[in-house]
Design a protein around this ligand. Structure first.
Ligand code: HEM
Ligand SMILES: *[C@@H]1O[C@H](CO)[C@@H](O)[C@H](O)[C@H]1NC(C)=O
Ligand SMILES: *[C@@H]1O[C@H](CO)[C@@H](O)[C@H](O)[C@H]1NC(C)=O
Ligand SMILES: CC(=O)N[C@H]1CO[C@H](CO)[C@@H](O)[C@@H]1O
Length: 323
């Protein structure tokens, strides 16, 4: 009976056998300075490049959704393999998220060579940066190994895009075991960082015959966006803060913005109107503690998705290449 129950839980995904091998103290003996080196690296990097926290958080999310949290997103393409990061818009550009992981890896290889995985570095860098910019602290169990597969063609259809319907987005999360409430909580990540104009231009230019912009935008906000993006076709690097009120602070302002028409992406707007998601955007707009609790729990769960332990995967020598 116990066995039947166990296998049932197993197939329902409630018990993850590899999860039990992770621990928050995983590197205590093998790399005692791990936490300190991570802290020093992210602090220096975030102070000199304030875009690091958002870039790293997004990188981690994308890594986890494609092949699991195994640093597959960090691998560079070779003449024989087009890697994951080159399928993903602008992740191929040298970003602050990559840079902070590479810096931590360099310091860790000096202190304890061949011990710490890139996947663990990305998970901890993300948590430490979120906390540094005002977000919740949550546990990051360690012991992930780095993946051996990174393919560009696994990306499309497996990451949410602003052009998708809310049903499509719900389903991308649902197939990975995330509820609608967890999806909404994780989307609160858009309280920091920015988006390029082309990601929302269809909502602010030539939207319909009667209106330049999607009526769900606050008209003055839409006007400001049109100005900020006026040259975006010639200059594709133009971008706008995801949360115009407190762009660099991790708080619940993203949710407070939505009912005021101050969301940036089309999907941000629908999240505040669709009855499946609205109950949660309303809750998190009212109660930051409820958001922080839910975000922390969902991030901990995200960080365990599809991880490799035991004999699977490897400890990469360099984060951008398989050994
Ligand atoms: C719900 C569906 C989601 C959609 C459609 C979406 C889409 C996008 C898009 C289009 C951008 C702008 C990218 C660019 O122009 O460079 C963006 C930025 C960002 N996304 Fe999402 N996202 C979603 C969920 C999430 C989740 C779950 C997280 C993390 C847990 C996240 C974290 C971020 C962050 C931090 C940024 C800012 C990146 C930066 O400043 O470098 N997003 N997202
Ligand atoms: C909007 O439509 C006008 C007139 O058709 C056109 O000149 C303009 O380039 C369009 N703008 C964008 C951003 O598509
Ligand atoms: C806000 O959420 C927290 C955490 O879920 C809860 O303990 C608290 O009672 C809520 N506050 C209000 C005013 O509803
Ligand atoms: C929005 C944006 O800036 N997109 C750019 C991302 O990077 C590729 C090159 O890898 C450009 O072609 C895109 O214009």
């Amino acid at each position: 009976m116990a066995l039947i129950l166990f296998s049932l839980l197993f197939f329902l995904g409630l018990v993850n056998p590899s999860e039990s091998r992770l621990s928050v103290n995983y590197y205590q003996k093998s790399c005692p300075r791990f936490s300190q080196i991570m802290q020093d690296t992210i602090t220096n990097k975030q102070i000199t490049s304030p875009t690091t926290a958002a870039a790293t958080l997004r990188l981690f999310f994308h890594d986890c959704f494609i092949e699991g949290c195994d640093a597959s997103v960090l691998v560079s393409s070779t003449p024989f393999n087009e890697a994951e990061r080159d399928a993903d818009m602008n992740l191929s550009l040298p970003g602050d998220g990559f840079d902070v992981v590479v810096r931590a890896k360099t310091a860790l290889e000096l202190a304890c060579p061949g011990v710490v995985s890139c996947a663990d570095i990305l998970a901890v860098a993300t948590r430490d940066l979120v906390t540094m910019v005002g977000g919740p602290f949550y546990k990051v169990p360690l012991g992930r190994r780095d993946g051996l597969v990174s393919r560009a063609n696994r990306v499309e259809g497996n990451l949410p895009r602003p052009t998708m319907s809310i049903s499509q987005i719900i389903s991308i999360f649902a197939v990975r075991g995330f509820s609608v409430q967890e999806m909404v909580a994780l989307s609160g990540a858009h309280t920091i960082g920015f988006s390029h104009c082309k990601e929302f231009s269809s909502g602010i230019y030539n939207y319909s015959r009667s209106s330049q912009s999607n009526p769900s935008y606050n008209p003055r906000f839409a006007e400001g966006l049109r100005k900020a993006c006026s040259d975006y076709q010639k200059n594709p690097t133009l971008s706008v803060f995801n949360d115009i009120m407190t762009p660099n602070k991790f708080d619940n302002m993203y949710f407070q913005n939505l009912p005021k028409g101050l969301g940036l992406l089309a999907t941000d707007h629908t999240m505040a109107t669709d009855p499946r998601t609205r109950q949660f955007t309303d809750l998190y707009a009212k109660n930051q503690s409820a958001f922080f609790e839910a975000f922390g729990r969902a991030m901990e769960k995200l960080g365990l998705y599809g991880i490799k332990t035991g004999r699977r995967g490897e400890i990469r020598r360099r984060c951008d290449a398989l050994n």
